[in-house]
Design a protein around this ligand. Sequence first.
Ligand code: CMP
Length: 138
Amino acid sequence: MERTLSIIKPDGVKRGLIGEVVKRFEAAGIKIAAMKMLHLSKEQARAFYAVHKERPFYESLTDFMSSGPIVVMVLEAENVIRKNRDLMGATNYKDAAPGTIRRDFASDIEKNVVHGSDAPETASTEIAFFFNSLEICG
Ligand code: CMP
């Protein structure tokens, strides 16, 4: 069984998409093993996205990610990293396949509704950023 981190970003929360996103995960047979809502500070957003610190969009991305509450989840299923990325669609909503979360709801490459870990190593680092082991129901 694999785990990954999912984030419903500030745009998704503001637009009332929490239920829609969770529904898609559950309908795909993905278990929600942990979930909470929180509001990142700018510094916390910078730390979470440190891997992108040299990118031109880093300041804007971390401003956006600290602009309002987010919902963070640990998802659990076989091949859940791949399954979650398939449900989300490409980072740029314009390239995302029809029926994916980003294609259906995003309208901006940055404000793209959801985040998902891209590999097993990033999944464990990102899960540990938000959750301790007692908070995850295996
Ligand atoms: P995410 O999957 O959370 O990973 C990094 C985020 O940076 C990405 O989703 C987008 O929100 C944002 N992002 C990626 N590429 C760009 C870009 N070219 N311009 C602005 N934001 C971007």
